[in-house]
Write a protein that binds this ligand. Sequence first.
Ligand code: FAD
Ligand code: SF4
Ligand code: SF4
Length: 472
Amino acid sequence: MTNNLLRFTDIGQSYPDKRDASSRKNDFSEIYEDYSNSSALEQASRCSQCGVPFCQIHCPLQNNIPDWLMMTAQGRLKEAYEISASTNNMPEICGRICPQDRLCEGNCVIENGFKSVTIGSVERYLTDNAFKNGWVSPVKPLTIRSQKICIIGAGPGGLAAAEELRKLGYEIDVYDRYDRIGGLLIYGIPNFKLEKSIVERRASLLKDSGINFYLNTEVGKDISFNQLREKYEAVLIATGVYEARDIALPGVGLPNIVPAMTYLTASNRVGLGDKVANFSNGQLDASGKDVVVLGGGDTAMDCVRTATRQGASSVKCVYRRDRTNMPGSLREVKHAEEEGVEFIWLTTPEAYLGQKKIEAIRAVKVRLGSSDSSGRQSPELIANSAHELKCDLAIKAFGFDPEDLKSSFNQPELKVTGWGTISIDFLSKMTSLDGVFAAGDIVRGASLVVWAIRDGRDAALQIHKYVQSKLD
Ligand code: FAD
Ligand code: SF4
Ligand code: SF4
């Protein structure tokens, strides 16, 4: 057993082994191996137990990282898991897919010179190990309350809220238009970052805790929002953002030009064993194709790496800024480069070219000019730099906007921001409609799983306060 801490001076940073690019690009399995018990304990022992832990401050859930690292280092794995699970509804998922370099690990004070503690990998190990040992059990409420709460959206925001409210004893009904539980965890994020069995394990746990799920049910179409408001004490909207942004370019109607979510959902469905119409006819399958992904965010990274695994002949990522100015995680860019993806920086598409389907993209070079109001340098086109990129599958990853819920939910009084996200009161998390709350991407715009969990937890607490205030 490792009792010592502060071992960062004699133990180097070591992440779980990453599978070799030449083998991992042939399958959809996760790219990191699991920590062995001894490596997890050893890596946790590198923590210097800071009095003011910046790792914790920069974790959106304010996870009690120093405490669970200390317990891990001492081999007290059950207690470590319990502390970790007390602030996070999905620690094994965050441990896998949080951009730790920008959050907890990026702010670990031993970063300079000694490299950070591998917080995310230890967090993942703790919960995977707890599942293996049968320490993870469904929530059992101490009191059963008669009030019923409705949650729209079974993504991480909705699920975190559902679990927290179930703990408090409420009857919870979750509605989702998808046929599976998990939102983007299941149909957005590819298997090589987060295996579906990990999401399904969480979903089973929530079902076993007594939460009711109504899948294949689109609110606003299959059931009206007003019906839900009448039936439940409170409603939480956690519907995420799904409206794909687009750029109007000549040739956009040609076959084999697809939005990123259509492409990723199809790939995830095929991996789950579903039949996908446009996959079998080749429109959503990159196999044998020259693929060009347009965009530089994390969704674009997921697309290029999926295309590689589907057996594309070539995969290019075209982005109008440069490596240092791209929104996607640099860790993901590195993975993609290792897997053979070519990045074409400072380039923007001008037209899709082809007769019966896309055959090439005409692109132009850009330079970064003066900074705009956000401080980012604006791309400026370089004259006479047009060139063609061979392409028989173009994937558009320009980002997402919220759907117009005011109309689909038929709620003209629902206040939205200038970006179309739902406006909520900062403290009560309530929307402009009494008893209606909102959480996750639909409030923040496209964000992160860990923030959706945080929002779901905060909303659950406020819903509890609201429902109780009505009983007084
Ligand atoms: P979602 O996960 O989008 O869930 C919303 C749910 O609401 C969905 O299940 C949807 O079907 C349902 N819904 C919508 N409208 C209705 C309706 N009218 N009726 C019923 N149900 C409805 N974040 C990370 O932290 N790390 C990553 O590596 C990462 N990778 C990503 C990769 C991709 C391709 C994408 C698109 C996003 C990624 N994200 C990542 C972001 C992350 O997935 C989201 O921030 C997070 O899932 C938001 O959670 P949410 O619960 O708000 O919404
Ligand atoms: Fe780090 Fe994310 Fe875990 Fe917080 S939830 S400790 S940010 S990996
Ligand atoms: Fe440990 Fe780093 Fe957090 Fe300090 S900042 S408590 S060293 S993990």
